[in-house]
Write a protein that binds this ligand. Structure first.
Ligand code: FES
Length: 132
C-alpha cells in the first residue's frame, strides 16, 4: 500500500510540479523544444484517459435505462409484428437487436451495434424446411 500511497502523494505531484507549464498565456510562446517535449507524455496520457472515458460513457449511454428498444415505434405500448409463413418464399431474417431501419427485418445494423457495445446479437432466420 505504501507504493500506491507514495505514487499518489509524492511521485505524481512532484512530476506535475516539474512540468514547464507557463504562468501566463504568453509563456506558451516562450517554451523551448525540450519544454514541449516534456509536455508530450502528460498530454498523451490525458488524451488516452479522455478517449477511454468517452468510450465508456458512450457504451453506458447506449445501454440506456434497461430498455432494449432504442426507437422503434416508441409511441405504442408494445411492438408486435405478424408475418404470414406463406409470405416467406425462401427465408427471412428477423431483427433481434432492435436497431434495424427495416423493422422487423434485419438490415445488418446489428453489426455496428455489436462493434460499438461488444454485444453479440444477430437475427433469427426463418426458412422453409425444403430450403435447408
Ligand atoms: S439489424 Fe437487428 S439483428 Fe440484424
Amino acid at each position: 500500500m505504501y507504493f500506491v500511497s507514495n505514487i499518489v502523494k509524492v511521485t505524481i505531484p512532484n512530476y506535475l510540479a516539474s512540468l514547464p507549464i507557463p504562468d501566463s498565456f504568453g509563456g506558451w510562446f516562450r517554451l523551448g523544444f525540450r519544454d514541449w517535449l516534456a509536455l508530450v507524455p502528460p498530454t498523451v496520457a490525458i488524451g488516452v484517459i479522455s478517449y477511454y472515458s468517452y468510450i465508456t460513457i458512450k457504451k453506458a449511454n447506449e445501454a440506456g435505462n434497461g430498455q432494449v428498444n432504442p426507437g422503434i415505434r416508441k409511441d405504442i405500448n408494445k411492438v408486435v409484428d405478424f408475418i404470414d409463413i406463406e409470405d416467406i418464399t425462401e427465408k427471412v431474417s428477423l431483427c433481434r437487436c432492435w436497431r434495424s431501419k427495416n423493422w422487423p427485418y434485419c438490415d445488418g445494423a446489428h453489426g455496428a451495434h455489436n462493434k460499438a457495445t461488444g454485444d453479440n446479437t444477430g437475427p433469427v432466420v426463418v426458412k422453409h424446411k425444403e430450403n435447408k
